[in-house]
Design a protein around this ligand. Structure first.
Ligand code: PSU
Ligand code: MN
Length: 308
């Protein structure tokens, strides 16, 4: 058993892990910074229910009063949703400071992977991952999510990434760092609100068992890194490409005009794209997260059967 003095696991999650049952990690920056209140907390609770309905135990992850939490109460989820962007957004580099100050924060994909791995959780569902930002050749803005995927053994089920990012460079970065990107029932990288970025992936896999086998092989090989399982938004909820592109172009222009930099770039763009596309994009966002929760639960069940 690793030494985990900073980690609190709820009895339900601890029990499932001890019995080798399927557990799915869920992030919390998507709650505080990814969607507006009250849909953010409502969605987080629906996502947990969706994971349960598909045979796995959900573990929503955050840092509360300096403690790493694998599994949150409804009240804790609602607090993160209600406080929204006022909550600290916590990636790897922010963790030590927050723990030392006994602060509270919502974990990004990177920080959620770290806590999941510490708890022994191998599957994680979210909406979209961070990536290489457009203009990164001068800004150096590359999400710490990508580094984390290269070093921490968790499979992240997502709908690809938003094209606020440079998706081609994001795939190049993941290739350089040895991160498998597996398409679920698609040969191409999905682009969050739309099913197809036009960028080819190396592998298409069509069922949860095949995905779990790749996870097992990755870690049987002794590789320390994770992987991306790319699950396209359901067709009926995908948005028209020109609507998405117009909103993204405007959001990027506003970010530039306002001199937005550092960790506030992604939350700024998410909030502006949400506002500019209105209810349609929020509905799509909620549906793709539920869809990812379903697949992640199936993958966690398949992986538990293989590993057990
Ligand atoms: N992309 C989304 N929704 C999100 C995020 C990204 O479409 O909620 C959040 C995730 O928590 C992700 C983080 O890990 O933003 C990435 O932030 P940054 O680009 O600053 O690394
Ligand atoms: Mn960044």
């Amino acid at each position: 058993m690793p030494n985990r003095p900073l980690l609190d696991t709820t009895p339900e999650v601890a029990n499932a892990l001890a019995r080798g049952r399927a557990v799915v990690a869920l992030e919390s920056t998507i709650i505080s910074h990814g969607m507006p209140w009250p849909q953010n907390a409502e969605t987080a609770l629906r996502v947990e229910a969706e994971v349960r309905a598909h045979g796995a135990v959900p573990a929503t992850i955050a840092i509360i009063d300096g403690r790493l939490k694998a599994g949150l109460s409804t009240a804790q989820i609602e607090r993160l949703g209600q406080e929204g962007p006022a909550v600290a957004k916590v990636s790897r580099r922010d963790m030590a400071l927050l723990v030392a100050r006994q602060g509270t924060g919502a974990t990004t994909v990177a920080a959620t992977m770290i806590v999941a791995a510490m708890a022994g959780i191998r599957v994680f569902a979210t909406g979209g991952i961070g990536g290489v930002h457009r203009g990164a050749e001068t800004s150096f803005d590359i999400s710490a999510d990508l580094q984390e995927l290269a070093r921490t053994p968790v499979a992240v089920v997502c709908a690809g990434a938003k094209s606020i990012l440079d998706l081609r460079l994001t795939l190049e970065y993941l290739e350089t760092h040895g991160v498998p990107v597996l398409g679920y029932r698609t040969p191409r990288l999905p682009a969050f609100f739309t099913q197809d970025s036009g960028l080819d992936l190396d592998a298409r896999l069509d069922d949860a068992d095949s995905l779990a086998r790749v996870m097992k092989a990755q870690w049987d090989l002794g590789f320390s890194g994770g992987m991306v399982i790319a699950n396209p938004i359901p067709a009926e909820y995908s948005l028209p490409l020109d609507t998405v592109n117009r909103a993204i172009d405007q959001a990027l222009a506003e970010a530039k005009a306002q001199g937005c930099t550092g960790k506030s770039v992604t939350p700024f763009l998410l909030a502006r794209v949400n506002a500019l596309t209105g209810g349609d994009s929020l509905a799509g966002n909620i549906q793709l997260v539920l869809n990812n929760a379903r697949l992640a639960a199936e993958v966690a069940v398949a992986y538990a059967a293989l590993a057990g």
